[in-house]
Design a protein. Structure first.
Length: 217
């Protein structure tokens, strides 16, 4: 009989804590869980990965990567008979070394009315794909906190004010290449929001992925 698995997934070596809480079917396959985790953490899936469960590695084989002994689409979580509190790990992007600790918080009675899979909680954005690892990401967060591009904001504001004062004469804005570079730096600063986790968007991605391909038995 299928159960509901409540999983708490925590990214190692990054502080403040980056985590997600997922509710899935115990009949979810390893391949499906891989896809769910990618979308919960907003990763693209372009890097290699593996699960390490009960001393063995599992995953979706990719050209030039690890060859696994079993088809991950046929390996369901229920096979492992996990008990409450038991953990396993998911590794993603072996160069960056991202590791997710996955813990079964609760095995709950099956509820056919629940929409599955679903992310029910979480905190903070996951590191973006272009980070080299935990130390690089922590340094980037520190630099972001200290490096508010005030001069670029001032340059943009002054350029806009000169444009208005001139009645729309773009030449009054000054060096347009310098202005474009300032805009790029401000945009990059604003786009990087490590404290923000959009659970609604994560669920939209997860549910779009599984539309018409239910992981429920």
């Amino acid at each position: 009989m299928a159960e509901l698995y409540q999983l708490r997934v925590v990214l190692r070596d990054v502080s403040p804590l980056v985590w997600r809480r997922l509710l899935i079917s115990s009949e979810t396959s390893i391949a499906q869980l891989h896809e769910i985790l990618l979308r919960a953490f907003a990763w693209s899936g372009e890097h290699l990965h593996l699960f390490h469960i009960h001393g063995r590695d599992y995953g979706v084989s990719q050209y030039g990567g690890i060859v696994f002994s079993e088809d991950a689409r046929q390996v369901r979580l229920s096979r492992f008979q996990l008990h409450d509190g038991e953990r396993f790990r998911y590794e993603y992007d072996f160069t960056a070394g991202w590791v997710l600790d996955v813990r079964l918080e609760l095995a709950l009675p099956w509820d056919g009315k629940r929409i599955l899979p679903i992310c029910t909680g979480g905190s903070r954005a996951a590191p973006p794909e272009d980070c080299g690892g935990a130390m690089d990401y922590l340094e980037r967060m520190d630099s972001h906190r200290r490096g508010i591009p005030i001069e670029d904001f001032v340059l943009m504001t002054d350029a806009m004010q000169r444009l208005v004062d001139s009645g729309g004469d773009r030449s009054a804005m000054g060096d347009l290449e310098e202005l474009r570079e300032a805009i790029d730096r401000v945009t990059a600063y604003q786009d990087f929001q490590p404290a923000r986790f959009d659970r609604r968007e994560a669920n939209r991605q997860i549910q779009t992925l599984w539309q018409g391909r239910s992981v429920q038995p």
